[in-house]
Write a protein that binds this ligand. Structure first.
Ligand code: 2P0
Length: 326
């Protein structure tokens, strides 16, 4: 019998056209399509081993055995594979997160993409990354996009089988990102709750969806033209429009903190100095600066006048899922 063990690495991604709202909470079907850049600096390595002597799944993160609650999240994800394949049995899952705490970045995207990849390996499944992305999606929406490298679209699709990731471009043309880590404290409103509240109560929400569809068309054209300035302009506006929907929710909320606005001002100042630099912000206070890779170190130097070196992390685009030795 073949060994039922496999390991994979997946990188995080930052959305340039945001995913903000679900049309189906159970299947993780988004209201609109999104587009991201996979990042080289942050990734998760995960190993899955199916063992005969287990009576439940086991989950270790960074070498530490996790609580029942955390393990249940993994079990629910493994159930997708057990149900799809009609198999029984339990697995030991070991993950290592290489997402620096100081970066204050969510790791659910790389976590569920790596877990999906390790499941594919351990179960010897002959599945494409596109198909795999529909499973990663069920762990966390943003994980859909982490199966590919470079610029990746998550097409909202019409059903669970075609709401999947599509590789757009490897971003191997002077594309970089500087992360400005503002605050690593756990956020008050999770992205899952935040998007749900916004969909349910924000009168701006339908406008956001309509505009986002236009933004997606425009950014794909800019990517095809390798026009980083245009990509940045579209991403920046799209991010601010997403955040505008939260201000109009009931009760209103925002992910911005005072330093977020300071970072925005710093990016605007960089542009005045002639750099190609545009910001995007997710469901948290951190600011990510899309720029030319060739200008990244100079940009970091300018930003270090306002932020500490610990707060500034540079990265180039990352690769697709990779198989690891186990
Ligand atoms: C994104 N975010 O496109 C958007 C932009 C945050 C703001 O995907 O409920 O953790 O697990 O599907 O993927 C964060 O949401 O939410 C996110 P779930 P997820 O990257």
């Amino acid at each position: 019998m073949q060994k039922r063990i496999g390991a994979c690495r997946a990188h995080t991604n930052i959305a340039l056209i945001k995913y903000w709202g679900k049309r189906d909470q159970t299947l993780f079907l988004p209201t609109s399509s999104s587009l991201s850049l996979t990042l080289n600096a942050f990734y998760t390595d995960t190993r899955v081993q199916w063992l005969d002597n287990l009576s439940n799944d086991l989950f270790y993160l960074n070498g530490e055995k996790q609580s029942k609650e955390e393990t249940n999240k993994i079990s629910r994800f493994l159930d997708l594979f057990r149900d799809e394949l009609g198999i029984n049995g339990y697995a030991k899952v070991e993950s290592y997160n290489h997402v620096p705490t100081a970066a204050g970045l969510a790791s659910s995207a790389s976590a569920f993409a790596a877990l999906a990849g390790a499941c594919r390996e351990s179960l010897h499944l002959d599945w494409s990354n596109e198909k795999l992305s529909t499973f990663a999606r069920r762990g966390s929406g943003s994980a859909t996009r982490s199966v590919y490298g470079g610029f990746v679209e998550w097409n909202k699709g019409t059903s669970s089988v075609d709401s999947k990731a599509i590789a757009i471009d490897d971003a191997n043309w002077d594309v970089g990102m500087v992360i400005i880590a503002i605050n690593k404290a756990k956020k008050k409103v999770s992205s899952r709750e935040g998007m749900q509240l916004t969909v349910a109560t924000s009168p701006f929400y339908s406008q956001w969806v309509e505009q986002s569809e236009q933004d997606l068309i425009a950014i794909k054209e800019a990517i095809a033209n390798q026009d980083i300035q245009r990509v940045g302009e579209i991403a920046e506006t799209n991010a601010m429009r997403m955040h505008a929907t939260t201000l109009a929710a009931n009760p209103p909320f925002t992910y911005f903190e005072p330093e977020t606005l300071q970072a925005i001002a710093s990016v605007q100042a960089l542009r005045e100095k002639g750099f190609t630099a545009y910001y995007t912000i997710d469901a948290g206070p951190n600011v990510k600066v899309l720029c030319k890779a060739s200008e990244m170190s100079q940009i970091k130097q300018h930003l270090s006048e306002t932020f500490t070196n610990d707060q500034l992390i540079t990265t180039t685009p990352g690769d697709a899922l990779t198989r690891l030795d186990h």
